[in-house]
Ligand binder design. Structure first.
Ligand code: SF4
Ligand code: SF4
Length: 88
């Protein structure tokens, strides 16, 4: 099954979620220089949008809702919420 890390952990096979990030107003941007790789953002994201890839945390914009929980929980303040269409 493709993109298994983006399947919601519901049911035996998981539940595919289509692109539900299109109505997001803000997007989280991780400053990898500040990030300590603690994994708290991964733990707190309510829609499982954050994954660890090649020793760094990355966010899938296909599913991120822009809720800001990850930015709020990050102990290093390594995640900025930026307006969609704004700076990266
Ligand atoms: S919570 Fe912050 S410091 Fe921890 S892994 Fe996520 S971005 Fe990095
Ligand atoms: S903004 Fe919300 S949905 Fe997007 S990665 Fe952070 S916690 Fe997950």
């Amino acid at each position: 099954m493709e993109n298994r890390q983006h399947i919601a952990p519901i049911g035996d096979e998981g539940l595919y979620i289509l692109d539900t990030g299109s109505w997001r107003n803000f997007r989280p941007v991780i400053d990898q220089e500040k990030c300590s790789k603690c994994g708290l953002c991964f733990t707190f994201c309510p829609v499982n949008s954050i994954s660890r890839v090649d020793n760094e945390y990355q966010i899938s914009m296909s599913y991120c809702k822009g809720c800001g929980i990850c930015a709020n929980e990050c102990p290093r303040k390594a995640i900025d919420m930026v307006p969609e269409g704004g700076k990266e």
